[in-house]
Design a protein around this ligand. Structure first.
Ligand SMILES: Nc1ncnc2c1ncn2[C@@H]1O[C@H](COP(=O)(O)OP(=O)(O)OP(=O)(O)O)[C@@H](O)[C@H]1O
Length: 358
């Protein structure tokens, strides 16, 4: 039987904490912040599926959550809630995504290809093709941090299309290349389409979207506003941008502030309750609705923060480590220090060294 979907995301949310300093971030990891950290929901419950062989476009205004969604699908960042089911290997092409700035272009090719599961022999066989497609000359031997965004895009694109992924995620990669490179990329994408590979294509260019996509998802300030045939969604989106452009400067600002405020105020518990109510209506005889919804939201998510238990464990390990280091420096034995704790601050005067005459 043919696969129903290649990618399925369900009730995906992504919360970012807006730290002011690095130390605030570190304290948060150890759950040591006293004051609550302001947060922002980049995605507020997005669900969609991508069919095998389909090219799905992602459109939406700046900051609407397109890259967050594509990064979650490609496994670069974890969601805060929800499930992501990807059947196959993904390769993401964003400007410089996954490229290490301190490594040269050549080193990056090897690293990314190894991460994609290729052997050194396979990489050697592909190297010439990758290098000639990227066409960045001697910059291949320079660290990627010295590249222009166009060069990063060329290298990233070339690696991604040559490692033969099942699913290709192209995030705004075509906007920075010159015309010749753009045409080469389009040809390559069309080859992928002809091979019935699944593609997610993120772009602000509605022309590119119309040219390439079978369906389009419009991401609007963290929500999925519309998902459907390309013509239909692009036409609605054009109407929205026309309406937005018609607003005065003040009205535009007010609209954006209101949308961003909604993203700050998003209540994950209320969202969970909505899902429970919906499911209860659909399955009135199922007594496990609440726990199933909770499991769907949190079951496959790895927390980015330490749990209370882990915080305690970390402190315990740290204290034991410090104690043993202290014992080592003092020159006493562990049992001596346990019997006479104050001896840890009184170092042994003379250490017997092997071979030393007594
Ligand atoms: N690491 C982060 N910390 C805090 N906020 C973040 C972080 N990454 C993204 N965001 C916020 O999440 C929201 C969505 O960002 P995202 O990059 O997904 O939008 P986008 O639709 O891809 O935008 P663009 O079209 O400009 O590329 C933005 O408001 C952004 O500021």
């Amino acid at each position: 039987m043919a696969e129903e979907y290649k990618i399925q995301v369900k009730n995906i949310t992504k919360q970012y904490e807006l730290f002011k300093t690095q130390s605030e971030k570190l304290r948060s990891f150890f759950a040591l912040n006293r004051k609550p950290i302001p947060h922002f929901w980049s995605l507020m419950g997005v669900s969609l599926t991508v069919k095998p062989g389909e090219t799905l476009g992602l459109i939406g205004v700046n900051g609407s959550g397109k890259s967050t969604l594509s990064n979650i699908i490609s496994g670069i960042i974890p969601p805060t809630t929800g499930t992501v089911d990807v059947k196959g290997d993904t390769s993401i092409i964003a400007i410089g995504a996954g490229l290490r700035g301190n490594l040269t272009g050549l080193e990056n090719i090897r690293l990314k290809a190894l991460m994609q599961g290729l052997t050194n022999q396979e990489i050697d066989n592909l190297m010439d093709d990758i290098v000639s497609f990227a066409d960045i000359g001697d910059f291949l031997y320079q660290p990627v941090k010295s590249y222009s965004s166009g060069m990063k895009s060329r290298l990233g694109f070339s690696i991604a299309v040559h490692v033969n992924p099942d699913i290709l995620i192209i995030d705004e990669a075509l906007s920075v290349g010159d015309d010749t490179f753009y045409q080469k990329c389009l040809d390559k994408i069309n080859e992928f389409k002809a091979e019935k590979k699944t593609i997610i294509f993120v772009s602000h260019s509605l022309k590119q979207i119309e040219l390439m996509c079978d369906r389009v998802a419009w991401i609007h300030y963290g929500t999925l506003r519309q998902l459907g045939d390309t013509d239909e969604v692009v036409s609605e989106y054009r109407q929205f941008t026309k309406w937005f452009k018609g607003l005065s400067k003040k009205e535009k600002k007010q609209f954006q502030l209101k949308m961003k405020q909604d993203q700050k105020d998003f209540d994950i518990d209320a969202f969970q309750n909505e899902l429970i109510e919906e499911k209860q209506k659909a399955e009135p005889n199922n007594p496990r609705v609440a726990s199933e919804v909770k499991h769907q939201l949190y079951g496959s998510v790895i927390s980015e923060k330490m749990s209370g238990g882990n915080v305690l464990l970390t402190w315990a390990v740290l204290l034991v480590g410090l104690f043993l280091a202290g014992v080592n420096v003092s020159g006493h034995s562990v049992s001596e220090v346990i019997q006479h704790p104050s001896s840890i601050v009184k170092p042994v005067k003379h250490l017997d060294l092997p071979g030393e005459n007594k």
